[in-house]
Design a protein around this ligand. Structure first.
Ligand SMILES: Nc1nc2c(ncn2[C@@H]2O[C@H](COP(=O)(O)OP(=O)(O)O)[C@@H](O)[C@H]2O)c(=O)[nH]1
Ligand SMILES: [Mg+2]
Length: 318
């Protein structure tokens, strides 16, 4: 296979197949990943990462596609990552998404990739930031991350993004669901899509009400805006972009962007370290050190806590 440096160079030159190869290395947890990440490190930090989450069918892919159009008009290179934590499939875009993203597939300024993480070691939290880093290093100025809202995953994705967009639609009972899912805490921008349908105003009002509850914001705090869209017709999308740019400017002004990125990196380090530790501990069955420690616990010359400490010390210095 091509060496990592060449692959990265080609990805930066805008060669989609090289970007795809790099993301495949992430998904496959390739042994080369270490080298890939080391090579990418100095090339990252330029991308503005926007997460889009919401229930299936709310219009995430349609909105993502419309946002791509809006950012392309502004001359930005855009990366799209569609993360489906429940799907065992990966590689190409999902069929429906391929249709909705269709107009962008021949645009060299847009890179679209879907990613499945089920069964993945460390899951979404582990794979998504590394895939984002690939797109970042490949020169994407905006990276849109679409994820299906299932339980914990949207919270995880919110932790990956600079700005989180939460989508709702009228008539989906979303208001109540949103409150349950803790979605009201993660949105920086709220979108009520399908505003061409009855009930959009009511949904927006209900959302506004719920966002106001428990509110204790100071004058310089960010108040998440609610934008109504008809993504299928591109209506309201410019307003979404404006809200995103405002949020980004606010984050930069208040040091929030740097803070979020630091927390993100910290979490990533923790995930990788825990995965590595777990792997080493998992490899221990039949390990003589463990057997010896077990013997000493059985004999009463050591206790399980001391033995565990000794084991960990041995693992981290090994
Ligand atoms: N009426 C209406 N339908 C929409 C709108 N946006 C998306 N849709 C439709 O809603 C369905 C689900 O959209 P999709 O983007 O795949 O949702 P996702 O599952 O959240 O990614 C598709 O049939 C879209 O054409 C809208 O603004 N109004
Ligand atoms: Mg979708």
């Amino acid at each position: 296979m091509a060496d990592v440096a060449t692959l990265v160079e080609q990805a930066r030159a805008g060669r989609p197949r090289s970007v795809a190869r790099l993301i495949s290395l992430v998904e496959g947890a390739s042994p080369q990943l270490r080298e890939v990440m080391a090579t990418l490190a100095p090339l990252t930090g330029g991308a503005y990462v926007v997460g889009l989450t919401g229930s299936p069918g709310v219009g995430k892919s349609t909105s993502t596609s419309a946002l791509v159009t809006a950012y392309r008009k502004r001359g930005k290179r855009v990366g799209v990552l569609a993360v489906d934590p429940s799907s065992p499939f990966s590689g190409g875009a999902l069929l429906g998404d391929r249709v909705r993203m269709g107009e962008h597939t021949s645009d060299p300024g847009v890179y679209i990739r879907s990613m499945a993480t089920r069964g993945h070691l460390g899951g979404l939290a582990w794979a998504a930031p590394q895939a984002i880093r690939v797109l970042d290093a490949a020169g994407c100025e905006v990276v849109l991350v679409e994820t299906v809202g299932v339980g914990q995953s949207e919270v995880e994705i919110a932790a990956q993004a600079d700005t989180s967009v939460v989508l709702l639609a009228p008539g989906m009972g979303d208001g109540i669901q949103a409150a349950k899912a803790g979605i009201l805490e993660i949105g920086d921008v709220y979108v009520v899509n399908k505003a061409d349908r009855d009930g959009a105003d009511a949904t927006a009002r209900e959302l506004n009400h719920m966002l106001g509850l428990g509110e204790s914001r100071g004058p310089s705090d960010w108040r998440p805006p609610i934008v109504k869209t008809v993504a299928a017709r591109g209506e309201g999308i410019e307003e979404v972009v404006e809200a995103l740019e405002k949020h980004r400017a606010w984050m930069e002004e208040h040091g929030v962007l740097a803070d979020r990125r630091r927390r993100r990196a910290a979490q990533e380090i923790e995930n990788i370290a825990l995965t590595a530790l777990r792997q080493r501990i998992g490899d221990l069955s039949g390990d003589q050190r463990l057997d010896a420690l077990a013997d000493s616990v059985v004999r009463g010359t050591s206790d399980p806590y001391s033995a565990a400490d000794e084991l960990i010390a041995g693992l981290t210095s090994a």
